[in-house]
Design a protein around this ligand. Structure first.
Ligand SMILES: Nc1ncnc2c1ncn2[C@@H]1O[C@H](COP(=O)(O)OP(=O)(O)O)[C@@H](O)[C@H]1O
Ligand SMILES: N[C@@H](CCC(=O)OP(=O)(O)O)C(=O)O
Length: 377
């Protein structure tokens, strides 16, 4: 794929029929960290313009914890997970009530979807989320998505919504991803550092990462900082989706293709959305080590991982969980969804399909990781 010019990428964003917009906590809050209704109203107005012109708009909104801690009587965002989860349970409802009113002024309905990394990596759940989002968009609704903070397990939560937004863009086959934050663009170094300057265009986010210094969140409420935003832009780019990153006040101009913020060109033509989801959705729960023959077959692409070529399963995982597939040196070859629980695998190791059927039964005569559920890394 040849690299498009900045103007071409901006034009493609302006022409996008389906657009995913992610807004961070820092863009929806006052300096104290409390939710700022005026900022939320301004964002809803900008998105409503796109929706009313026929665009399909998905909003990935953070802000549940920001919306919840004030009403619960806390002075600042809680630090421990249990209180954050309880605060999000209170704040999410308040946040949605604000959005309902804000979009309602334009006659637009909103629908809430809360997602955990855990329940979206399974094929059935993935299709379920996809079908619901497609239907909501067909109905003209603006889906508003957040991580299901109250239920997310600490080990595999997204934590920030940046990566989640890129996965959603992939899932709804969006033509543009818009990341709204509290800085107007990506800078060559954190904006507080003297001499840092705005990056207008990133033709290849994978190559560009080495030239830019990024740090975590600069605000009291944001989570991932620029690190997770670049990761989101990378996931979008390899999904064939352009990204624009800017501040919430620039949302309208950014979606119109005006020269604000930073744009990231897609680096690949669109791939299968489900495979990308497997590749990026969640941290693997364990690994399966394979012998040299299986490693070669996996590296060649299009091969399932058979028990005959597997040497060891590490970690505690269930069928359907993401796992690494490693060679004997421990190098990651691929990520995939395990076909069996980790405790079932030791008895299967090294056995061919006929042996699995004879000794363990026909339900074991299947790949440890099917090729449709496997992505090379
Ligand atoms: N190279 C960089 N360019 C721009 N911002 C950066 C950079 N490195 C770190 N940052 C910080 O990232 C912050 C945005 O991330 P974050 O606070 O997590 O926002 P959000 O709540 O929108 O997700 C900015 O306020 C800025 O301080
Ligand atoms: N899901 C959390 C988002 C956490 C968060 O702060 O994310 P972000 O502001 O996008 O870095 C919430 O709604 O409060």
């Amino acid at each position: 794929m040849s690299t498009p010019s900045q103007a071409e990428v901006r034009r493609s964003i302006a022409a996008a029929g389906t657009i995913v917009v992610k807004v961070g906590s820092s863009s929806l809050t006052q300096p104290s960290g409390h939710l700022d209704p005026a900022k939320l109203d301004a964002l809803a107005a900008a998105l409503a313009q796109v929706r009313l012109m026929g665009g399909r708009v998905v909003l990935v909104s953070s802000g549940a914890i920001a919306a919840g801690f004030g009403p619960l009587g806390f002075d600042s965002r809680p630090a421990d997970v249990a209180t954050q989860q309880a605060t999000a349970a209170v704040g999410q409802g308040l946040l949605m009530a604000r959005y309902e009113t804000a979009f309602g002024r334009f006659g637009i309905r909103v629908g809430q979807i809360l997602i955990t990394a855990e329940d979206t990596i399974r094929a059935t759940q993935y299709r379920n989320v996809q079908r619901t989002l497609d239907r909501l968009l067909d109905l003209g609704v603006v889906p508003i998505i957040n991580e299901n903070d109250s239920l997310a397990s600490n080990e595999i939560r997204f934590g920030d919504n940046d990566r989640l937004s890129a996965l959603i863009a992939n899932l709804v086959r969006a033509e543009a991803l818009v990341l709204l934050t509290d800085v107007d663009a990506l800078y060559t170094a954190p904006p507080s550092q003297p001499g840092s300057h705005r990056v207008e265009y990133v033709p290849n986010v994978i190559d560009a990462l080495g030239d830019i210094t990024v740090s975590g969140s600069g605000s009291k409420v944001g989570t991932g900082g620029m690190v997770t935003k670049l990761e989101a832009a990378r996931v979008a780019a390899v999904s064939g989706i352009p990204t624009v990153l800017t501040c919430a006040a620039n949302a309208g101009p950014a979606m119109m293709g005006d020269p604000v913020g930073t744009v990231f060109a897609p680096v690949k033509a669109r791939g299968s959305s489900r495979r990308l989801w497997i590749g990026f959705a969640a941290e693997p729960r364990g690994s399966i080590m394979v012998d040299a023959g299986a490693a070669k077959a996996i590296r060649g692409g299009r091969a399932s991982l058979l028990a005959a070529g597997a040497l060891e399963a590490r970690g505690d995982f269930s069928a359907g969980d993401p796992v690494w597939i490693d060679d004997e040196a421990g190098t990651h070859l691929a990520r995939g969804l395990a076909g069996f629980d980790s405790e079932e695998i030791p008895q299967m190791l090294g056995r061919n399909t006929a042996q699995l059927k004879r000794f363990l039964g026909p339900e074991y005569a299947h790949p440890l990781v099917h090729r449709d559920n496997l992505v090379l890394v």
